[in-house]
Ligand binder design. Structure first.
Ligand SMILES: Nc1nc2c(ncn2[C@@H]2O[C@H](COP(=O)(O)OP(=O)(O)OP(=O)(O)O)[C@@H](O)[C@H]2O)c(=O)[nH]1
Ligand SMILES: [Mg+2]
Length: 459
């Protein structure tokens, strides 16, 4: 079980704290081989954001993407100062946007004295390299910004390892442009072989480090799967709270279990999984896990690296998909979350949708009314939380099969197994053994098939 993380404040210097110096470590979008964010940044970079509407997309898609990108930039600790949009049939292979547009971006960036230009779509290493050369400043993409936020928010050893792995994965194909920066961090004695270029040395160092991190994470994963197996044998079910970042997952876990997880009006406040026991209104105990939030265009490097954390989602019996029902685009949020769920292999886990922040807007209720099986609630005030728990209980019970069994007295081991794996509702002694009525999961039922005498329909 994860402990409540000590939250390192992501660098958000207030106006009054601005010093105008650049004595910060790393910096927005620069990776130093370890996660950043532990040192308060002393100034906020100025950012121009750029969005492109490609064939099949609408201007509204681009505007919504840029709104979110500005929020991400702000969360990362920088200030968006201008936004530029372009419609194109397809991205320019060399510079993503057209040549004339590059000039416009350069002029705007000069005008605002911007430090960095951030594109809403992932740039290829070549595009990034070419853009930086022409714009004479850093050119980054949404992926780099999200990685930067994750780096600032990572606090547990596992979280840090996962973020670093994702950063290195992102960095590897971009070494050409970054070669100089990396080399300055020093290869040192023993890292240079005869005839090798610095680039090859850097590449080998990065690959070695990635293998080390992958090993480390595999070990964590192994411990976690042993723990989850132990949980399973206690017959407790598990639910995972999933959803868009800032939807209120941690607030809900705290409301349900007093878990004391950090809650913040900030994107990606939670990176580590926290699991707590929780009693449903029917008396059953379940394990509830709060985990990392998702976002549109979540970098695939992060999805890959966060596998060990996201395993709890794949293993869950039921997902409680928390949606900000007061937000501008709940449907878009849900679609983005589902896409990630499919990507991590949790597309088939049953889902119960909870439209949150009912206290802020009635729209949460309207969304719930027109969504099959969904509930509306406020994790903040507690309204609707009881209804959610009842719905969770119903859904979990519906997944079990009411089964009648007869077990001879001599088979105390089987009796114990039924109690361990299922929920025994009736138990009566007969002449030669015990007759039981129990709710069993399909797996348990097949293991106990020898003792099953009747199967009643689900109630
Ligand atoms: N008004 C209102 N605010 C809420 C509610 N639930 C959560 N919030 C607020 O929404 C913000 C995000 O809440 P969190 O619980 O941190 O959200 P999260 O889904 O865990 O977010 P990440 O961990 O960043 O992905 C905080 O400012 C909460 O106080 C609610 O029901 N009503
Ligand atoms: Mg959270």
């Amino acid at each position: 079980m994860a402990e409540q993380p000590d939250h390192p404040r992501g660098g958000r210097a207030s106006e009054g704290e601005q010093t105008g110096t650049d004595s910060h470590r790393g910096g927005f979008g620069e990776f130093g081989g370890e996660t950043g964010g532990l040192i308060e940044r002393t100034f906020r970079e100025k950012i121009v954001v750029v969005g492109v509407t490609l064939d099949g997309e609408t201007d509204e898609d681009t505007a919504a993407g840029l709104d979110e990108l500005e929020l991400l930039v702000d969360t990362a600790g920088a200030d968006p100062v201008a936004r530029i949009e372009q419609r194109r049939r397809a991205p320019d292979p060399a510079t993503f946007i057209g040549k004339g547009k590059v000039d416009e971006v350069k002029a705007t960036s000069d005008h605002f004295d911007a430090d960095t230009v951030v594109f809403d779509d992932e740039l290829s290493p070549a595009q990034q390299f070419n853009l930086e050369r022409t714009l004479k400043r850093s050119a980054l993409d949404r992926t780099a910004v999200i990685l930067d936020i994750f780096a600032q928010n990572a606090s547990s050893p596992e979280g840090k390892a996962q973020v670093e792995l994702a950063q290195l994965q992102y960095m590897l194909p971009r070494l050409r442009g970054m070669g100089k920066k990396l080399s300055q961090q020093g290869g040192g004695i023993g890292t240079r072989g005869p005839g090798e270029t610095q680039l090859e040395v850097d590449r080998r160092r990065i690959v070695r480090r990635m293998h080390k991190l992958q090993d480390q994470l595999r070990k964590v994963q192994k411990t976690r799967s042993t723990q989850s197996k132990r949980r399973r044998t206690t017959a407790n079910r598990s639910i995972a709270l999933v959803g868009y970042t800032n939807a209120g997952k941690s607030t809900l876990l705290n409301r349900l279990t007093n878990a004391g997880v950090l809650v913040e009006d900030r994107l990606f406040a939670t990176l580590d999984a926290t699991t707590r026991r929780l009693q449903l209104p029917g008396g059953e105990m379940v394990f509830a896990t709060d985990t990392v939030g998702f976002v549109r265009k979540l970098p695939h490097q992060l999805v890959e690296a966060f596998r060990s954390t996201l395993d709890v989602v794949i293993d869950a019996d039921l997902l409680v998909h928390v949606v900000d029902g007061s937000g501008p685009d709940p449907q878009g949020d849900m679609d983005a979350v589902r896409k990630v769920l499919v990507e991590i292999g949790a597309g088939d886990v049953p889902e119960l949708i909870a439209f949150n922040k009912l206290d802020l807007s009635d729209r949460a209720q309207r969304w719930a009314d027109r969504t099959e099986g969904a509930v509306a609630l406020s994790a903040h005030s507690g309204v609707g939380v009881e209804k959610l728990l009842l719905a969770v209980g119903d859904r979990l019970r519906a997944m079990t099969i009411m089964t009648e069994l007869f077990v001879p007295f001599a088979r105390g081991d089987v009796l114990a197994q039924v109690h361990r794996e299922g929920q025994v509702l009736v138990e009566a002694a007969e002449e030669t053994g015990m007759r039981l009525r129990a709710r069993l999961e399909p797996d348990s039922r097949s293991r106990l098939a020898e003792w099953v005498v009747d199967e009643a329909p689900v109630q």
